[in-house]
Design a protein around this ligand. Structure first.
Ligand code: OAD
Length: 255
């Protein structure tokens, strides 16, 4: 593992344009459960019953009661963990340029990253289904479910449900970043949801090095990625950033 940390850090140091792709796993250590696998949300709830746009439109009370209410209380409290902070540090060092995230929790921005593409939208804001007035999620009052706007319309989150299109500007920018990058860090994603899972494939096809950070192997492992740093994101990122900083400190100052 130390050898892979070292070679990943070397690739990061050489990178002209490094991009990270993140998924639910990076926020697990912030107390937000993942979707798949042990303790995953889709183990408890059928996504077609609770996370499809048709399910929300036909019964918003049920979706708010079962899924969105809990999600709001978890996301309201969550704080960035060492993995988010490590990516913010890589940006500060001038290495990481952009994050493409599938997460809607806003933790990358809270950690300090400034260019974050929220591929599946965000949960920081809601909008009224009728008058489209926006409201910050923390300001939503949950004494009645579903929560209503002053006009009487129901609030929906600004993240996408299954069955909805990816916001085109996010899709286009992500494809551009995947094409342009020379190193992609793929952190905490099962890489099974399309079209976002294509981003590492595009990166690899355009000659980028792709490194995963995940305690488990994914469909990218040994196939698309050049290596997998196995372990929890916080611990692995701490080691990786430490190694980058160690290598930086050995550089001749005139360079
Ligand atoms: P998943 O829940 O599918 O996958 C989570 C990944 O994180 C798995 O590969 C785990 O092995 C890994 N993991 C778990 N704990 C970890 C830790 N501490 N550190 C690092 N990795 C860890 O989440 P996503 O791939 O993000 O879509 O799921 C993609 C999309 O599926 C989501 O954006 C969401 C969902 O349905 C929508 O809501 C549209």
């Amino acid at each position: 593992m130390q050898e892979l940390i070292k070679s990943t850090a070397e690739a990061l140091m050489r990178a002209k344009h490094c991009v990270a792709l993140t998924g639910a796993g990076i926020s697990v250590e912030s107390g937000i459960p993942p979707f798949r696998g042990k303790g995953g949300i889709w183990e408890k709830y059928d996504p077609m019953e609770y996370a499809h746009i048709d399910a929300f439109m036909s019964n918003p009370t049920k979706v708010w009661q079962v899924l969105l209410k809990d999600m709001k209380s978890i996301v309201d409290k969550a704080r960035p963990n060492d993995a988010h902070l490590g990516l913010a540090r890589l940006e500060q060092l001038g290495i990481l340029k952009t994050i493409i995230t599938q997460n809607v929790d806003g933790l990358h921005q809270l950690a300090g990253n400034t260019d974050v593409i929220e591929f599946h939208g965000n949960f920081a804001w809601h909008r009224c289904l009728d008058c489209r007035q926006r409201i910050a999620t923390h300001a939503i009052d949950l004494t009645t479910i579903p929560p209503h706007c002053q006009c009487g319309g129901i609030y929906r989150p600004e993240c996408i449900f299954f069955g909805e299109a990816i916001p085109p500007q996010h899709l286009m920018r992500s494809q551009q970043e995947a094409t342009r990058c020379d190193v992609m860090l793929v952190i905490g994603t099962s890489a099974v949801v399309q079209p976002v899972a294509l981003m590492p494939v595009i990166a690899r096809e355009t000659n980028a090095k792709v490194f995963e950070i995940n305690p488990e192997r994914t469909p990218l492992t040994d196939n698309i990625s050049n290596g997998i740093l196995e372990g929890k994101a916080g611990h692995v990122m701490n080691r990786l950033v430490e190694e980058v900083e160690r290598q930086l400190s050995t550089l001749d100052p005139i360079y």
